[in-house]
Design a binder for this molecule. Sequence first.
Ligand SMILES: Nc1nc2c(c(=O)[nH]1)N[C@H]1C(S)=C(S)[C@@H](COP(=O)(O)O)O[C@H]1N2
Ligand SMILES: [Mo]
Length: 320
Amino acid sequence: MLIKRKIGWELPERLVTPEPIFLNRRALLAGLAGAAMAGFTDNALADSDPSQGLYPAPRNPAFKDAGRAVTDEKYNTNYNNFYEFGTSKTIASEAENLRIRPWEIAVDGEVEKPFTIGIDDLLKKMTLEERIYRHRCVEAWSMVVPWSGFPMRKLVEIAKPKADAKYVRFETFNDPEMASGQQPGLFGSMPWPYVEGLTMAEAMHDLTFVVTGAYGKPVAKSMGAPIRIHMPWKYGFKSIKSIVKVSFVTERPIGLWEQLQASEYGFWANVNPDVPHPRWSQASEQVLGTGERVPTQLFNGYGEFVAALYTGLENEKLYM
Ligand SMILES: Nc1nc2c(c(=O)[nH]1)N[C@H]1C(S)=C(S)[C@@H](COP(=O)(O)O)O[C@H]1N2
Ligand SMILES: [Mo]
């Protein structure tokens, strides 16, 4: 049995934060504070990152070229989907409230022995590498990102799943005190925490990457620090950020977006230009930072590597 522990981001920050800062943060949460105050709060809460020295990681030559220029870092860190910190794209300053140490990841479900591991202990077990991947959001924009991290397969290996594990379920933190978008009523009632899932075969695939860094340094808070995943052939919503739990399960997990709107956001969510989203076309995409619109490719151009994962599943809604 995994014992529920208090982990870093659950500790009541208000007990150690000077009252004025706490009050300002409360004002922020209530949507009353302006940008200047947000800046003040960010600096006051910024924590140093002990993993800084691990980057830049050596580039894996198999992923040195995504066929397009790498997106300028400023777009990637300032144009985000991270609903825990708000529904707009400009959540970067709000996301500075994310406390990334201590950070523990629970590994549970159908495994030999459930455990919890701190991010820095996990990093010590892994050999980091850099991979340049195309990243395509279901909203028809894309980027090219130099991620750092390790293959998901390596995490599966240390988790030691049992034979009956069929899926991997990932969960993000749920902490409305820290993440203003999780406050009830503020941005409606999303079914927090953010959840996503993969089949075991997808999780074991070499392209499935656990991201701990980007642009040669620890991954930015707005991009899902300190640990997220990225599957370049799937729509971006599958690539869950700021993971605190990895569970090996027998039933197909229902992601947050699927729970909200199953007719628009399915389990597989493989990129396909010929299958429109119910409300817009997926035929092309805006390449952020370039002003260019380019045709979208099946599996985001990674079909030669991943198409075989889906043979025999033709009757499934693979592209939504
Ligand atoms: N926890 C969490 N993970 C998330 C999201 C989110 O809102 N919360 N948004 C998803 C969506 S829709 C996309 S496109 C990517 C965006 O990643 P980026 O901001 O690094 O480009 O993260 C995905 N992972
Ligand atoms: Mo997205």
